[in-house]
Design a binder for this molecule. Structure first.
Ligand SMILES: *Cc1c(COP(=O)(O)O)cnc(C)c1O
Length: 359
């Protein structure tokens, strides 16, 4: 199906590493295109309409990346000097080069919560009083699934109560749904159900769905029109982008349901690491396609251990001093995932054995 990866390397760094399949490349090659900056690329229009429908929103905007989806949404919802309420492990805060501050002029006030998920009370406590002394609280950002939270899924009731409270407090709410498809496949809920409580939502095609480029940002017509203006300002308005939109349409048609395979592989991988000395994994918390595991300091740091894994042909990124993330995706098979877990277990056993010999 998809372009095969080097058989010697099992790459679990991210679900972004997938390469477009032959079939996907074929639809890209044949895509009917126009000039999307002039508003007449039919394939981009089709993708935007389909996503608006899928997400139950008035309009949608095709953007080059998840980062730009979040940035245009944040910029559209806020004014410089505003404060955003969000979890401190949020992707937009952690991994998007501080664009919320540099480009949007916003500050962030953190709310605490397990695995990236927080409650309505936390939002209420974080809102600044309306007075000349304070920043203007204007936006809440939630992330579903939550990347650094372990691929965790927002419980629907919690999402609704946070959104209701936010709205009651005069705030808008954006959902970074880069991996919303994973939440849908894991729970059986529709994208529309998850998007209903929020004002805007963004989703990636270049993560689990296997497309090479592209994200969608959706919301009410006025906010999306504002976001389209910022997309242009940020240099993200593209010309014959129907070629990329065709890949996204193909991904929506073919690669959503199979995310269940990634989720199953994640559970198998976590099971393979259970009871391995020096490795800590909480397999009950494997909800979607990500497995975070802790590495005991006797095995070195997460970065050191991941270099050892790399030398054995298993690639995974250290996301904290003693923590490594492995992500399942379209271009990795169940036997490869099981082999990766076995290699990690072998390396861990070797590491602890060596340490105890020295001691
Ligand atoms: C990857 C990711 C993004 C950003 O997507 P890019 O296409 O890499 O810019 C945004 N949010 C979350 C939760 C992500 O995992």
């Amino acid at each position: 199906m998809s372009a095969s990866i080097d058989a010697e390397v099992i790459d679990l760094r991210s679900d972004t590493i997938t390469r477009p399949s032959k079939e996907m490349r074929a639809v890209m090659a044949e895509a009917v295109v126009g000039d999307d900056v002039l508003g007449d690329d039919p394939t981009v229009i089709r993708l935007q309409e389909r996503c608006a429908e899928l997400l139950g929103k008035e309009a949608a905007l095709f953007v080059p990346s998840g980062t730009m989806a979040n940035l245009t949404a944040i910029r559209a919802h806020t004014q410089p000097g505003d404060e955003i309420i969000a979890h401190n492990e949020s992707h937009f805060y952690f991994y998007e080069t501080g664009g919320f501050a540099a480009v949007c002029g916003c500050a962030v006030r953190f709310v605490a919560g397990e695995r990236g998920i927080f409650g309505a009370e936390a939002v209420e406590a974080a809102v600044r009083p309306r007075s000349i002394h304070f920043a203007n609280s204007s936006l809440v950002v939630v992330e579903n699934t939550h990347n650094r939270g372990g691929g965790s899924i927002w419980p629907m009731e919690k999402l609704r109560s946070v959104a209701d409270r936010a709205r009651g407090l005069g705030l808008r709410i954006h959902m970074d749904g880069a991996r919303l498809w994973n939440a849908c496949v894991a729970t059986g809920r529709t994208p529309r159900e998850y998007a209903a409580p929020v004002d805007t939502v963004s989703c990636c095609f270049s993560k689990g769905l296997g497309a090479p480029i592209g994200s969608i940002m959706a919301g009410d017509r006025q906010t999306v029109a504002r976001a389209a203006r910022f997309r242009k300002m940020f240099g993200g308005a593209m010309r014959q982008s129907g070629i990329a939109a065709a890949a996204a349409l193909f991904a929506l048609d073919h690669n959503i349901e199979r995310l269940a395979d990634d989720h199953r592989n994640a559970r198998l991988f976590a099971q393979g690491l259970q009871n391995v000395p020096g490795i800590g994994v909480d397999h009950e918390h494997v909800e979607t396609n990500m497995v975070f595991f802790d590495v005991d300091s006797s095995l070195g740091s997460g970065a050191e251990f991941s270099r050892r894994l790399e030398s054995r042909g298993v690639r995974a990124i250290a996301t904290a001093p003693q923590r490594i993330r492995a992500v399942m995706h379209l271009d990795v098979t169940t036997p490869q995932v099981l082999r990766a877990a076995a290699i990690i277990a072998e390396e861990a056993r070797r590491g602890t054995a060596a340490t105890s010999c020295v001691a």
